[in-house]
Design a protein around this ligand. Structure first.
Ligand code: NAX
Length: 329
């Protein structure tokens, strides 16, 4: 049988953690033949709650769960990790400015980026879920670069929930099954400036743009619905998306680890200069995955409307980068 894979998860006592850990342990992320060891990080005051989650994980008697630890020390949590899911983050408190949110999180992600760089497996695949996830991933990557053990391209951010939300809206609009759709992408930042782009999307080989044939719906309903879905969930549930976010994290890592067979998926990845996005900016791109590596889909035409939308979300990310510049030293 296979050697267990060490999976570090931060924010393990939180609501996304509660939807995520059981699915990782049941084999939904890395495959039904792949044992896992869970390495759970949370703040000191959350350790008791983490212990409770571990008791429940034990009580599931998952055949693939080969071990678990809980800690409040990032150096312990990331030790030899092959996968790191950075879910824990500082939420925006009452009266907190966006700038404060950025800098509070910058502190967390410099510490964790350094701990990953020093202690994780040199091939560790990192997914940042905690918001602002693109910039948090950028900070972790930049900090890790100073140590230099882990490739920068391994630091990614979660745009998959936005990708899945876009698919769901297209399925509802057309009355076709989600599984019939291919080639959707959400460009840019995981924020309301994101650009869900259906120009290349097909359903059973037919152009979805032609099927719907309603550019006003696309611009005035579809794009804002996908972009504001997170806020709509909070409004309805009184809590932010958790199960769907955990599901998207599983999708992101499973596809990166096991491959997409040519299918496109949206991943927030550090730009290599593709589509004119400055190198290093962590940006939602269409990707395909094979042999444990992702590749940005190249050569897609960018029309005027798309250019405008891509620049808007890029500008926001450049401002976020500017806002944390001093903290990166
Ligand atoms: P919760 O507040 O339920 O849980 C967060 C957990 O993280 C808590 O247990 C807290 O103690 C822990 N934590 C805080 N700082 C930590 C640190 N420095 N080290 C380790 N653990 C720490 O939040 P939850 O609903 O689980 O959401 C987690 C994060 O995901 C938030 O930042 C949220 O904004 C973000 N989201 C990102 C999404 C995406 O698509 N990228 C969608 C869902 C979600 O909004």
């Amino acid at each position: 049988s296979k050697a267990p894979v060490r999976v570090a998860v931060t924010g393990a006592a939180g609501q996304i953690g509660y939807s995520l850990l059981f699915r990782i342990a049941s084999g939904e992320m890395l495959g039904k033949d792949q044992p896992v060891i869970l390495q759970l990080l949370d703040l000191p005051q959350a350790q008791k709650a983490v212990k409770g989650v571990m008791m429940e994980l034990e009580d599931c008697a998952f055949p693939l769960l080969a071990g678990m630890i809980a800690t409040d020390d990032p150096n312990v949590a990331f030790k030899d990790a092959q996968i790191a899911l950075l879910v824990g983050a500082r939420p925006r408190g009452p009266g907190m400015e966006r700038k404060d949110l950025l800098s509070e999180n910058a502190k967390i992600f410099t510490v964790q980026g350094k701990a990953i760089a020093e202690h994780a497996n040199p091939d560790c695949k990192v997914l940042v879920v905690g918001n602002p996830c693109n910039t948090n991933a950028y900070i972790a990557m930049k900090t890790a670069e100073k140590v230099g053990r882990i490739p920068s391209k391994n630091f990614t951010a979660m745009l998959r929930l936005d990708h899945n939300r876009a698919l769901a809206q297209l399925a509802i609009k057309t009355g076709r099954p989600v599984s019939s759709f291919e080639h959707i992408v959400v460009w840019g930042n995981h924020s309301p400036t994101m650009y869900p782009d259906y120009r290349f999307c097909t359903s059973n080989g037919e152009s979805v743009k032609d099927l719907i044939n309603d550019e006003t719906w696309y611009r005035e309903v579809f794009i804002p619905t996908v972009g504001k879905r997170g806020a709509a969930i909070i409004e309805a549930r009184g809590l932010s998306s958790a199960a769907s976010a955990a599901n998207a994290a599983i999708d992101h890592i499973r596809d990166w680890w096991l491959g997409t067979n040519g299918r496109w998926v949206t991943m927030g990845v550090p730009s290599d200069g593709s589509y004119g996005i400055p190198e290093g900016i962590v940006f939602g791109f269409p990707c395909v995955c094979e042999n444990g590596e992702y590749r940005i889909v190249q050569g897609l035409p960018i029309d005027d409307f798309s250019r405008e939308r891509i620049l808007a979300t890029l500008n926001e990310l450049m401002e976020e980068r500017e806002g944390v510049k001093d903290l990166l030293g």
